[in-house]
Design a protein around this ligand. Structure first.
Ligand SMILES: CC(C)(COP(=O)(O)OP(=O)(O)OC[C@H]1O[C@@H](n2cnc3c(N)ncnc32)[C@H](O)[C@@H]1OP(=O)(O)O)[C@@H](O)C(=O)NCCC(=O)NCCS
Length: 155
């Protein structure tokens, strides 16, 4: 496992496509505008140390096969945390042929170590898909009483 660098931006977009498809959403064709926008986003975040990190597994033959990303999000301090900084985990995905070999667990372990050692994060949150649930529980994550709600803003 190693920390992702700016040059890994394209691989992170490829893995994001794999995740989008695994979630049953259409990822669009190879020219879909979200791909270039996501590559710019990853390149930008990977170039600025501090609030964002991604840890990945490289296969010598295939390239990057697994990744977990995390970002720090500042909220006002509260009784459960004086720093107010929360960690959000997202884009946790392993290429199909490389699953069940411990790649996602290794990436998440490295990411959680980064949150603990290199940030002031006190709470880490994520949205779990069915297949990720057992993995997250085994790492110590628990479902909250308040489910996440979502709406889209149309412009
Ligand atoms: C979820 C996912 C990231 C796991 O990646 P992985 O590299 O295969 O995971 P690991 O090999 O590190 O497995 C870790 C644990 O996850 C669980 N797990 C992994 N695949 C599983 C599956 N298909 N069904 C049930 N549990 C599974 C197991 O508990 C496993 O523990 P073990 O090591 O004791 O067997 C991968 O299946 C994936 O990319 N899925 C599609 C994308 C997705 O849903 N991502 C979001 C997750 S919230």
């Amino acid at each position: 496992v190693r920390r992702a660098r700016r040059e890994d931006a394209l691989a992170l977009v490829r893995l994001r496509s794999t995740m989008v498809e695994a979630m049953g959403l259409a990822s669009g064709g190879p020219d879909d505008p979200w791909l270039a926008a996501a590559e710019t986003w990853f390149r930008d975040k990977l170039g600025s140390a501090g609030a964002f990190a991604a840890f990945l597994v490289d296969d010598p033959a295939f390239g990057v096969v697994s990744v977990a990303c995390g970002i720090c999000d500042s909220r006002p301090p509260g009784p459960r945390g004086l720093s107010g900084v929360r960690g959000q985990i997202f884009n946790v995905v392993t290429e199909v042929d490389h699953r069940r070999r411990g790649c996602a667990r290794a990436c998440l372990d490295a990411l959680l170590t980064w949150f603990a050692r290199d940030t002031s994060v006190e709470i880490v949150e994520l949205t779990a898909t069915g297949v990720g649930h057992g993995l997250y529980e085994s790492l110590g994550f628990r479902a909250r009483g308040h489910p996440m709600m979502r709406m889209s803003i149309s412009r």
